[in-house]
Design a protein around this ligand. Structure first.
Ligand code: SF4
Ligand code: SF4
Length: 306
C-alpha cells in the first residue's frame, strides 16, 4: 500500500514549525556507502545572500532550533559568521558533522569552545573495521581524535554531543537505549564520552538504494519497512515540525526529500516564506517515508518512541 494511504488524515499536514534545517553545502570529504545525500550532489554551497534570507526568516518567525547540515557543513567558508548570527535568533543551534576535519578550522573550534552548540557526529559503529569499511580507511581514528578534542571543550558533559548510528545494511536499527550502553562501554576504552546515541533507519534513496538494488535486496527492504509500519510514530515525523532548505534556498519537507529533489508544496524558496504568517502546509509523501515510521521510528533526533 502507498505510504500516504496509511497515514491518518489529521497527520498529513504539519504541526507548529519549530526547526529550520539548512543544508548549507553539498560538498563532503567522504563517500560513505550508506549516504543518501551525495548521489545527487552538484557540489553546491549556500551563498551568503541565501544565508541572509534564512536569517530574515528567523527574524520574522520564532523558531526553537536551527539545524545545520550538509554535505560536510564545517567546510563552508561562512560557517563561523553564520553560526554566530543563528545564536542571536534561536536558543538551539545543531551542527551535524562527520568530524573528520573540524580541527583544521581553528576559528570554528574557538567558537564551539565559547558557545554551547549541539554537535551531532555520525559514527555508524564503535568498531574501527565497521566504520572504515562504510566510510573509508582512517575515518574512525580521525573521528575519535576529534571527539576527544570536543570532550576537552565540555561536549559530552556540559554541552550536548550526540552520536548517530545507522545500520550497516538492509535491516532496522536495534533498540536505541541498549545500543547506547554498548557505545558507552566501547568508547570509554578510547576515552570518549558523549550525551546521546541516535539510531537512524537507512532510507532507501541515494547510494543506499543503489547498494540494495545491486545486492538484490531492494524489494525485501521496502517490504521490511512497510511490514513494520507503526502508526504511533506518525504524529512525530520530523517533517511535521521542520522546514528543510537546500543550498540554493529551495524548500523541502525534510532532508530526504531534499536529497531526492522533491520540493515542498505551495512554496519554492526561503525568500517566499520570509513574510508568510501561517507556515502549516500539506506534506509530500513518498513510499520511502515508511523508513521514518517503521518499528521505533526514525528522525534526525533518533528513534521516535523514546
Ligand atoms: S553520509 Fe555524511 S559524511 Fe558520509 S558522504 Fe554522506 S554527507 Fe558525507
Ligand atoms: S522521508 Fe520521513 S521526514 Fe521526510 S517526508 Fe517522509 S516521513 Fe517525513
Amino acid at each position: 500500500m502507498k505510504f500516504e494511504d496509511r497515514i491518518p488524515e489529521k497527520y498529513k499536514k504539519t504541526g507548529d514549525i519549530t526547526t529550520l534545517q539548512l543544508n548549507i553545502t553539498e560538498k563532503c570529504n567522504l563517500r560513505c556507502k550508506h549516504c543518501h545525500v551525495m548521489k545527487n550532489s552538484e557540489n553546491l554551497e549556500m551563498s551568503k545572500e541565501t544565508m541572509q534570507d534564512c536569517l530574515k526568516f528567523l527574524d520574522n518567525h520564532k523558531m526553537k532550533t536551527v539545524d545545520i547540515t550538509g554535505g560536510e557543513p564545517t567546510t563552508h567558508p561562512e560557517i563561523v559568521w553564520f553560526i554566530e548570527e543563528c545564536f542571536k535568533r534561536v536558543e538551539e543551534v545543531i551542527i551535524r558533522t562527520n568530524a573528520t576535519n573540524i580541527e583544521k578550522n581553528q576559528e570554528l573550534m574557538d567558537l564551539l569552545d565559547k558557545e554551547k552548540a549541539k554537535i551531532v557526529v555520525s559514527l555508524p559503529c564503535y568498531t574501527q573495521d565497521n566504520v572504515d569499511s562504510q566510510r573509508g580507511n582512517g575515518v574512525f581514528d580521525k573521528v575519535i581524535a576529534n571527539l576527544i578534542r570536543l570532550n576537552e571543550m565540555g561536549y559530552g558533559t556540559d554541552k550536548e554531543l550526540d552520536l548517530v548510528y545507522n545500520p550497516l545494511g538492509g535491516f532496522l536499527p536495534p533498540e536505541q537505549s541498549n545500543l547506547q550502553l554498548d557505545y558507552e562501554r566501547e568508547l570509554k576504552k578510547k576515552n570518549v564520552v558523549f550525551s546521546n546515541l541516535f539510531t537512524i533507519t537507512n532510507i532507501p534513496i541515494g547510494y543506499f538504494r543503489d547498494f540494495l538494488v545491486e545486492n538484490g535486496e531492494y524489494d525485501d527492504y521496502m517490504k521490511l519497512l512497510e511490514d513494520n509500519y507503526n502508526e504511533d510514530n506518525v504524529q512525530n515525523l520530523m517533517c511535521r515540525y521542520q522546514i528543510s532548505v537546500d543550498s540554493l534556498g529551495n524548500l523541502h519537507d525534510c532532508d530526504f526529500h531534499l536529497a531526492e529533489k522533491v520540493t515542498m508544496n505551495d512554496y519554492i524558496s526561503i525568500k517566499d516564506l520570509i513574510d508568510v504568517d501561517d507556515l502549516t502546509r500539506k506534506i509530500v509523501w513518498k513510499d520511502y517515508c515508511y523508513g521514518c515510521s517503521a518499528e521505533s521510528g526514525s528522525s534526525c533526533g533518533g528513534a521516535l518512541d523514546e
